[in-house]
Design a protein around this ligand. Structure first.
Ligand SMILES: Cc1cc2nc3c(=O)[nH]c(=O)nc-3n(C[C@H](O)[C@H](O)[C@H](O)COP(=O)(O)OP(=O)(O)OC[C@H]3O[C@@H](n4cnc5c(N)ncnc54)[C@H](O)[C@@H]3O)c2cc1C
Length: 287
């Protein structure tokens, strides 16, 4: 289908974009890579009168080092995040998860910020961002505020971003030397996961010294599996410890039932995938 008609503006600065947003308010929609928004418009699930394109705002792109954190601009395409050496070194889980998103065409157009703002519970980037303790920087008419990933995802396709705000960048605390793996279970290639698990671990002298685990499509928002993390830290990095910790992945999860599988199937799947993800992350850490 063809989208309903809309007016289009492509500002070159964040300030201009915020002004356009405040002028057009609830009849405006931001477009980043368009990979999720355009299907929505084509199916006429949304019909904004204005579309504000962030694609010409260069300051929203790129990855930079900021001391203890990496900063990823909201308009940075998935293909750049997946290949960036700083992300590979300090937030390997994010690099691994991003590399599994869709296909190359989608990864070249789709953006990190767009994926987080879209907040699809089956999206691959929310759970790794949560597990790594990301902070989301949001600009609005009153200035800029920072929201912890734990508070950012509010519900199905719902975030802390309000109608007059723009997600500008995401700060990811560095995890140097942590092993990482993203275990994604799909029915067909290049698709959203039925369930996926992102795991990152720090191993010191054969003992798990740190763990960050996120679950995709196990609830209406990306989840952080804190019970799994707590069960791992201080344990020897063994298969038995991973198996026992993985059993806790269902705690607090409310998985959906759909044509790909019912909730009980997902509850079983998540324990299997968590164990696999943890073992692969431990191997990646060189333990
Ligand atoms: C065929 C196909 C397969 C896909 N497979 C996967 C997959 O396997 N895994 C996966 O995770 N994703 C998948 N995706 C989605 C893809 O990752 C998208 O890139 C992503 O969901 C949206 O990013 P975008 O930049 O295209 O955002 P857009 O589509 O432009 O925007 C999405 C939403 O976010 C809002 N928004 C965007 N940027 C901002 C911002 N900076 N501030 C505030 N609001 C903003 C928009 O207004 C819109 O509501 C797939 C998409 C397609 C088309």
């Amino acid at each position: 289908m063809i989208p309903a008609p809309f007016d289009y503006v492509a500002p070159t600065t964040l300030e201009e974009a915020l002004t356009a947003l405040s002028e057009h308010g609830d009849v405006a929609k931001i477009i980043a890579g368009g990979q999720s928004l355009l299907p929505v418009l084509r199916m006429r699930l949304n019909a904004p009168e204005w579309v504000i394109d962030l694609g010409r705002i260069e300051t929203l792109r790129g990855v930079r080092d900021d001391g203890d954190a990496l900063v990823i601009g909201a308009m940075t395409p998935h293909s750049v995040v997946a290949a960036d050496p700083l992300v590979a070194e300090h937030a390997a889980l994010l690099a691994r998860a991003t590399a599994t998103v869709a296909d190359e065409q989608v990864r070249h157009r789709g953006t990190f910020g767009g994926a987080l703002a879209h907040a699809d519970p089956a999206g691959d980037l929310g759970a790794p961002a949560r597990a790594l303790g990301a902070q989301l920087v949001i600009a609005g008419p009153g200035g800029t505020r920072t929201v912890e990933a734990d508070d950012f995802f509010r519900g199905l396709f719902e975030t802390a971003i309000t109608e007059d705000e723009i997600l500008t960048e995401v700060r990811i605390p560095k995890h140097p030397g942590w092993g990482a793996h993203y275990e994604k279970f799909v029915r067909v290639a290049h698709q959203w996961p039925i369930v996926a698990v992102g795991a990152s671990v720090k191993v010191e002298g054969g003992t798990i010294a740190g763990a960050a685990v996120g679950l995709t499509n196990m609830g209406s928002t990306p989840l952080r599996a804190r019970a799994v993390e707590a069960a791992l830290v201080g344990q020897a990095a063994t298969e038995e410890a991973c198996r026992a910790a993985a059993e806790k992945a269902v705690e607090g999860a409310e998985p959906p039932s759909d044509l790909n599988g019912d909730a009980d199937y997902r509850r079983h799947l998540v324990t299997v995938l968590t164990r696999r993800a943890l073992l692969a992350a431990i191997a990646d850490a060189g333990a």
